[in-house]
Design a protein around this ligand. Sequence first.
Ligand code: FAD
Length: 371
Amino acid sequence: MQRRIDGDLRGWGQALIGRLLKACLDRDIELLLETSARALINTEGRITGVTVTKDGVDQTIHAERGVVLATGGFEWDEALKTTFMRGPLTAPASPPTNTGDGLKMALSAGAGLGNMTSAWWIPTLSMSGHKWPENGAPQKEVQRSLPVLIERTLPHSLMVNRQGKRFCNEANNYSALAGAFQSFDPATYDYHNLPAYLIMDSQYVGRYPIASVMPGDPLPDWIIQGADLPSLASTLGVDAEQLEATVFTFNTHAADAKDPDFGRGESAYDRFYGDRSRPGAAATLGPVEVGPFYAVEINMGALGTNGGAKTNGTAQVLDVHGEVIPGLYGAGNVISNPTGSVYAGAGGTLGPTLTFGYIAGKSAAQSENAE
Ligand SMILES: Cc1cc2nc3c(=O)[nH]c(=O)nc-3n(C[C@H](O)[C@H](O)[C@H](O)COP(=O)(O)OP(=O)(O)OC[C@H]3O[C@@H](n4cnc5c(N)ncnc54)[C@H](O)[C@@H]3O)c2cc1C
């Protein structure tokens, strides 16, 4: 690790983007930073360029071989979300610059749409004081939300809704969990599982992290505490009797590493993000029994939306009649995701995104219609 720090070596997403950036620089491709694409230029039905704005000044860029839309999803555009999403997406984990600009440009060119109700869903945690850096006036003070992966999977924790009831296998795959969070109660006309609360006991807090808070760290205000379960419930506004009953039932089975209600711990996936020093399903199951107790609010977020402009196998954007829009290509979360609403596994979003980016570049370069 020290060698990596000394050498300023980067891993994860930075390594991936660094490689792609190097490939551009090696080919003398000019990058325009802090520059927003605003509109496509349509010349007699063919997309021949794009208008961009930098420091308030418009500029036109002509594209001989085509324009590739790669502006990400629309998870930060309230109007698009309200129109298309199948349920609440209130706390995205992605940067706030993903406002569906490319989708709007595709729509203005007559693009057909697919997969619009879907996203790479993920439960998220919003720490107070954790804001996206100021990036132009509209984004000032924008709440930053973090994916909740291991916290809902480690032992000595469970998740309840506002009624104090569990509603899912907490360790389930995060994208599929959205269905449980977005369950709609016709009697109360309400998304009754939102917000949810992750409840942890002192065993959890003594051993495991909660976002960036490590065992032994002082606890910030967004981690709510209660000496016992009723006092925690009262601070959260959750039914105290029901919470106690839920925790009692959970504990009865968790002590034997079992969860007959939701099957937590039965699949290898459930145990993957758990405490693998513990055997079998105990990697994810342990009683919530030692006070004081702790809670954090969980909301529905996304790594990005994944519906958008329909494309064919060569990444060309199709119009509402399924015909190719000449000169317009797309890849990533701005297009209708090639795997539909399915998150197929590790790299399930970056894989198709990189693949279609590659295909889009190739097919634009080989375009017969290029001037
Ligand atoms: C916290 C987090 C963890 C993730 N982990 C994983 C993982 O482990 N595995 C995996 O497969 N996926 C993961 N993802 C998802 C993955 O990062 C995205 O699905 C992927 O980055 C989408 O790629 P994209 O190129 O379509 O869009 P993005 O990567 O979102 O890039 C779009 C870019 O376009 C820019 N833009 C927007 N509008 C304009 C405009 N008008 N003009 C110019 N630029 C514009 C945006 O600022 C942004 O930089 C994660 C996402 C998050 C947020």
